[in-house]
Structures are given as structure tokens and as C-alpha cells.
Ligand binder design. Structure first.
Ligand SMILES: *Cc1c(COP(=O)(O)O)cnc(C)c1O
Length: 368
């Protein structure tokens, strides 16, 4: 029994002597991009087998010191999350469904044989970082502070087993409006040579390894003029799974909203589940089921499928205009974004930014 984890962790806070000035920060926030700038501080919490989670700290942002034998560097014990803080009109700072991300981090930890961080500590880690770096949460429309919580095996040991030491960290990066020039449909590439995850593998866990294996097909997509890859199921190579980092939805002309059912190798997105709820609330028929690639091709060609979009925390909803593969292309890369795509996107961001009532209780306040 681990006493340390039965009571909330107490943080040691060490403020940075090198924090940027207000003018330097404002210059970054005027054009933050995505994932290129980081705030002045980070959270670090240590775990070991004997003590459990301990030594929670907010420290100046900076390099980690790792033993070269650390397990993450050899056997890839790494998991992460992606979640945002949104500034509301009254200046308060909120996040969206952090319990869902905290629970997913626990599921990922379990699959990668890393320790599970209590969900309450996950939420508290975001709160602690915002408490010191609140001025890094931008206020321009559709901007946010993107948190990147992650966990790694840190034990210095080359034997093959789960690490007995781990570190959990949170860094944060101000994010600009994803579509600075308005939401524009993208073309995506159907990968038939590669899968992103295997049956029984780690596809449902948010781990760096899944991304490592998606980067070569991602390069292939870019060489074909596409911005993302669509992966099929790893067993039959027939059913839609998801993009490398986003889930996918199809909207039929009768209004039915369909997304691939969780197959064990699909990552369960918080955006995905929120969209299923919002579409259901509006009275749409919603289906989580197998969708074959032929259904996509035929449906788009016949007009039975009216809209297709991808979704995830970073871009919220990205319309998909065209699907290309080795010997085909369906859809129209120049068609405007679909009506339901844009209206669900607006509703979701309106909830996140506090512009409409949060009827599902999805928002959690991080700072007044
Ligand atoms: C994070 C992620 C998503 C999207 O999840 P959200 O919780 O909606 O951000 C989808 N697919 C993969 C592989 C992911 O890693």
C-alpha cells in the first residue's frame, strides 16, 4: 500500500529566474504557431516502485537529465496526452474534459507497463502549471495553451522488463488558430503498405511508438501532396481506422453521422466522443461501426456521403476534401467545408471558449 498516493501530492514550486518579460511573451503570443514555443515552467513528478508518486515540482522549463541507459531510450516506454487551456472572455482559464484525458493516460500507462497517475493528480498537474504560467494562455480568437503531459521510463537498466522508475512531466505551448486563413479542406493519402497499429498492439494507447511508425507513411503522403495519412485495419486492410493523430467521421446525405467503431487499434479521441454526443443531441442518427474503404469511395462518388472530416484536440475538426491512393482519387480538393462539419466545429469551440452553455459539464476551471 502506498501512503504517498493516498493523499494529494504537495508541490515544490521553483519559479524561473529566466522567465521572459511581458514584452517577449507578447511577441510570442502575437504569432504562436503550434508546438514551437514553450512557457517558462514545467511540471515534473517522480515515480519509483518503492515510493510510488512523489517529489511533485513546478520547475523552470529546461532539458531533462537522463541516464543514457534509461528505459525510454531503448525500449520506448513513453506515453503522452494532448489537452488545451482556453481563455474565456472574462479572463478565466478553463480546460475541456480533463478526466477523459487523465483516464486515457491511465489506460496508456497500463498498456505500456508504466505506473498509473491518479486522474485527480493529472488535473492538478495542469492547474499547477497554469498557476505559474497563466499569462501564457493567449486570448485571441481560437488560440489556446496546449498542454503536453507525458510519461517515460527512467530506470537505468538494459534488462528487458518494465522500468522501476518513471517520470511524468507537463510542458505547455501557446497555440495559434489552427486554420489562420479560415477552415480549409485537406487531401489525405490512403496508406496501403503500412498500418499504424497491429491487432493486439498499442494502437489504443497514446504512445510515441505509434507515431514513430506513422512518420514514414506520413512522408509518403506529403510527397503525394496530401497533408495526412488514412490507415486501414491491420488485419484485413479493408476497414477505416483513423489518421496518424486524428479520428475520422463521415456524414451521409440523410444526416447519419458515422465513425469507425473502436477496434482495439483505434485511439479513442476525446474530440471523437464529444462529437458523437453533440450529433446525437441534435437528433442525428449516430453510428459507431465498421466502415470499409469501398464504402467511402462509392459513397463519395455517388453522393451518398456528403461530408467527411477528421478530429482531434489540436485542430478540433478538419474537413477532408479528397482521398488519394496509389491508383485513385475521390472527392474534390476544392470543395468548401461541409455544413454539418462547420456547424459542429462551431458548437464545440463555442463550448470550449465559454460562448454557449456547457450543458454536459465538460469544462473545468483551472484559474479565475
Ligand atoms: C490524440 C490522438 C487522437 C485524437 O484524440 P483527441 O483526444 O480528440 O485529441 C486521435 N488519434 C491518435 C492516434 C491520437 O494520438
Amino acid at each position: 500500500m502506498n501512503i504517498a498516493n493516498a493523499t494529494p501530492l504537495v508541490y515544490r514550486v521553483e519559479t524561473s529566474g529566466k522567465a521572459r518579460s511581458a514584452a517577449e511573451r507578447d511577441a510570442v503570443l502575437a504569432s504562436p504557431g503550434f508546438g514551437v514555443h514553450f512557457t517558462d515552467h514545467m511540471v515534473a513528478i517522480t515515480w519509483d516502485k518503492a515510493q510510488g508518486w512523489h517529489d511533485a515540482e513546478v520547475i523552470p522549463y529546461g532539458p531533462l537529465s537522463l541516464d543514457p541507459a534509461a528505459s525510454v531510450l531503448h525500449y520506448g516506454q513513453e506515453i503522452f496526452e494532448g489537452i488545451k487551456a482556453y481563455r474565456h472572455a472574462d479572463g478565466s482559464i478553463w480546460t475541456f474534459r480533463p478526466d477523459a484525458n487523465g483516464q486515457r493516460l491511465q489506460r496508456s500507462a497500463k498498456r505500456l507497463a508504466l505506473p498509473e497517475l491518479p486522474v485527480s493528480e493529472f488535473v492538478e498537474s495542469l492547474r499547477q502549471l497554469v498557476a505559474v504560467d497563466k499569462d501564457w494562455v493567449p486570448s485571441a480568437p481560437e488560440t489556446s495553451l496546449y498542454f503536453r503531459p507525458f510519461m517515460i521510463g527512467t530506470e537505468a537498466f538494459l534488462g528487458v522488463r518494465a522500468a522501476h522508475k518513471a517520470g511524468y512531466y507537463v510542458i505547455a505551448s501557446p497555440a495559434g488558430a489552427y486554420f489562420a486563413k479560415g477552415v480549409a479542406p485537406v487531401s489525405i493519402w490512403l496508406s496501403t503498405d503500412y498500418a499504424r497499429a497491429a491487432k493486439g498492439g498499442t494502437g489504443a494507447a497514446k504512445c510515441g511508438g505509434n507515431y514513430a511508425s506513422s512518420l514514414l507513411p506520413q512522408q509518403e503522403a506529403q510527397a503525394q501532396g496530401c497533408s495526412q495519412v488514412l490507415f486501414l485495419d491491420p488485419v484485413e486492410g479493408k476497414y477505416l481506422e483513423e489518421l496518424g493523430g486524428m479520428n475520422v467521421f463521415l456524414v451521409y446525405k440523410d444526416g447519419t453521422v458515422v465513425t469507425p467503431e473502436l477496434s482495439g487499434s483505434i485511439l479513442e479521441g476525446v474530440t471523437r466522443s464529444s462529437i458523437l454526443q453533440l450529433a446525437h443531441d441534435r437528433g442525428h442518427k449516430v453510428e459507431e461501426r465498421k466502415v470499409s474503404i469501398d464504402e467511402w469511395k462509392q459513397g463519395v462518388t455517388s453522393g451518398e456521403i456528403a461530408e467527411i472530416f477528421a478530429c482531434g484536440t489540436a485542430a478540433v475538426i478538419t474537413p477532408i476534401g479528397q482521398l488519394k491512393g496509389k491508383d485513385f482519387a475521390v472527392g474534390n480538393p476544392d470543395a468548401p467545408a461541409g455544413e454539418l462539419t462547420m456547424s459542429i466545429r462551431k458548437e464545440l469551440t463555442d463550448i470550449q471558449y465559454g460562448r454557449v452553455p456547457d450543458r454536459h459539464g465538460w469544462l473545468v476551471k483551472l484559474h479565475d
